[in-house]
Ligand binder design. Structure first.
Ligand code: F6P
Length: 328
């Protein structure tokens, strides 16, 4: 069986709370099992720029509670090219690194899959880390819980002022291709409507629902719009609604990158630790080109191929149906 000796760890793509607990678990599990561990800065960019350093148990002291990623992250275009990958491979070989844990979302996994097919002698395990919660193979991804809690806290505050002024707020939350945060936060905050990339909402229908809410004596209304919704963006939607729903004073808030920061929740700390631990154990057992995920509270391993191509992530139908009914 392939025996690994030196393990590299990196975070790539959008940072997510829970990445640091995961790095800590990878480093300490690797060292406990007799591996050398190397931290790679700025994701795939660090592989290309040979920006790496030896890590020990003390390199990851007191980081469980930190948001962001101590390894830093980047979206690296050069790694998408054959030349970039070759440089990365040569750097890894020169360092004697024979296995990688890559923590990130679908872009990160796409790179990992291509790289691992080209250079199968470097074993690769993925850990799903993205606030978007949109990877097949894990019910939850790192950062989703913390980001959702951050959004809920923010929307609760907006509800206070919306209610005080009898206003209608349109609030944009993150999720380029995913309505996961929007849907959960919508249920938590009793949003009057939730606009998702996964489900088309006709603006006429939205207007009718908001008017019905007024008729039912709602003093304030909150419409959550996921970034990836197909209706043309939150300002455009707000303008179209304002023309028809005259009684409400309409405001727009874009929550933006505050959703990505903050101390990881207890859930994300446990998830990061479990997934990091499991990724290293899987590499030691000879796994490669796969990712570790959480399914029904058990660690499950899914091939990167399957995680990326065969299945589309789906939002919970019952939450969508329930959210509409509970906000009448
Ligand atoms: O993938 C996570 C995410 O936060 C998306 O929800 C969002 O669309 C994107 O990253 C924003 O990326 P950037 O920080 O590079 O603008």
């Amino acid at each position: 069986m392939y025996k690994i000796t030196k393990l590299g760890v990196l975070t790539s793509g959008g940072d997510a709370p829970g990445m640091n607990p995961c790095i800590r678990a990878v480093v300490r599990t690797g060292i406990y099992n007799g591996l050398q561990v190397v931290g790679i800065r700025k994701g795939y960019q660090g592989l290309i720029e040979n920006d790496m350093y030896d890590m020990g148990p003390r390199s990851v002291s007191n980081i469980l509670n930190l948001g962001g990623t101590i390894l830093k992250t980047a979206r690296c275009l050069e790694f998408r090219t054959d030349e970039g990958m070759e440089i990365a491979y040569q750097n890894l070989k020169a360092q004697g690194i024979d296995a990688l844990v890559v923590i990130g979302g679908d872009g990160t996994f796409t790179g990992a899959l291509r790289f691992s097919k080209k250079y199968p002698d470097i074993h690769v395990m993925g850990v799903p880390g993205t606030i978007d919660n949109d990877l097949y193979g894990s019910t939850y991804t790192l950062g989703f819980d913390t980001a959702t809690n951050t959004v809920v806290e923010a929307i609760d505050k907006i509800r206070d002022t919306a209610d005080a002024h009898d206003r209608l707020f349109f609030i944009e939350v993150m999720g380029r291709d995913s309505g996961a945060i929007a849907l959960r936060a919508g249920v938590c905050c009793g949003a009057e409507a939730i606009l998702l990339p996964e489900k088309a909402t006709a603006i006429d229908e939205l207007i009718e629902n908001l008017k019905a809410g007024q008729h039912n004596k709602k003093s304030s209304s909150i419409v959550i719009v996921a970034e990836g919704d197909k209706n043309g963006g939150v300002y455009d939607i707000a303008r179209r609604v304002q023309k028809e729903v005259k009684v409400y004073d309409i405001k727009v808030t874009i929550l933006g990158h505050l959703q990505r920061g903050g101390s990881p929740s207890a859930f994300d700390r446990v998830l990061g630790s479990r997934l990091g631990y499991a990724a290293v154990k899987a590499l030691i057992k000879g796994h490669t080109r796969e990712m570790v995920g959480l399914q029904a509270n058990y660690i499950k391993i899914t091939s990167l191929e399957e995680a990326l191509t065969e299945h589309e992530f789906k939002l919970e139908e019952d939450l969508m149906e329930m959210a509409d009914i509970l906000s009448i």
